[in-house]
Design a protein around this ligand. Sequence first.
Ligand code: PEP
Ligand code: MN
Length: 338
Amino acid sequence: MVVIMKPKTKEEDIETVISYIRDMGLDVMVNKGVNYTVLGLLGDTSRVDPDTLMLNVHVDRVMRIEEPFKKVSRKFHPENTVIKIGEAEFGKKNTFSVIAGPCSVESDAQVKETAEAVKKSGAKLLRGGAFKPRTSPYSFQGLELRGIEILKAAREETGLPIVTEIMSPYMVEEFERDVDIIQVGARNMQNFDLLKELGKCSKPILLKRGLSSTIEEWLMSAEYILAGGNQNVILCERGIRTFETYTRNTLDLSAIPAVKKLSHLPVIVDPSHSAGMSWMVEPLSMAAMAVGADGLIVEVHNCPEKALCDGAQSLNPKQFEDLMNKLRTMGKNIGINV
Ligand code: PEP
Ligand code: MN
C-alpha cells in the first residue's frame, strides 16, 4: 500500500502520518519527490483501512498494491488446488466434472429416479436442495433433514457423493457428518457467521457467487473459509444481476478466466440458475467448458413439469444425457476429460 501526501505538506504533518502507520506495526519507506512525498507501507497491510488514512487532511491518495485476499491468491499458491470427491477431481488440469440432480429433494422416488439417470449419463455427484432459500415464504421450503436422509439413501444406492445447501451456521455439525460437499448458496455468500463455521469444517465447500457480488467480494468470502482452516473451496459462477431481464441472471463467463488467474481454487459453472431456461443450459455449458471451468452443477429432474422448484430450468434425463454426450465430444476435441 502507498500513501501519497498532498503537495507542500509540512514535515511535521508527514511525521504524524508515519507514526500513525508505525503504531500499526508496519514499516514505512519515505520517498520525497519535487511535489509529492510517497509513503510505502511495508508489512501485512491487510488490516489497514485506506478510508481511515484518508481522514488525515494531508493525505492526497491511498493506493493498495496487494489484493486484499491472500490465502485464495494464486500469487502465494501457484499450483491449482485439486479437490477429489468420489470420481470427481475439481481443479485437475484438463478435467471437467459434472454435478447433477434436482433443485429440491421432493420424494424418495423423485431423487432415486433422477440419481440413477444422472449417474448413467456420467454425472460424478448428485445435487439436491433439502433446505431451500425461497424468495417467498409461501413457496416450498424443502424437506429439510428428511431431504438429507433421502439424499443419503440415493448415495447408498448409486455411489454418487451428495451436494446440498446449508443455510444456518447452527447446522454445520449435521452437514459435516452427512454431506460430501456443502453448498453455500448465492444468498448466503456473505453470511459471515456461516462462512466462519465452515472454515472449521472438514468437508469441501461449494461457494456460489452472490447475486450482485463482485469477483473480489466472492474471493473474500472464500478467504473467510480458508482463513478458518478449511482449504477446500470450489467456487461456482451462477450468473449475476444485470439490467437484462430476458434471462434469470447474466452468466458472467469472464469471471472464469479472471478467477483462474487470481486464485488457485477450482471454479465451476451453474448454467441452470444463470439462464433460468432449460433450452439454454446446453450452449452455456459448452461455453463454460470453452472458457476453462472445472465443471458444472446442473439441475436435472425426472419430470420437470411437476417440479416443486425451478422446473423451467431443469433438464429431463434424456436432455441431460444429450448434454453429457455433447460435452464428451467437445472435450475430446479440445483435450478435456469429462
Ligand atoms: C440452488 O442451487 O438450488 C440455488 C438456490 O442456487 P443459487 O444459490 O445459485 O440461487
Ligand atoms: Mn434451483
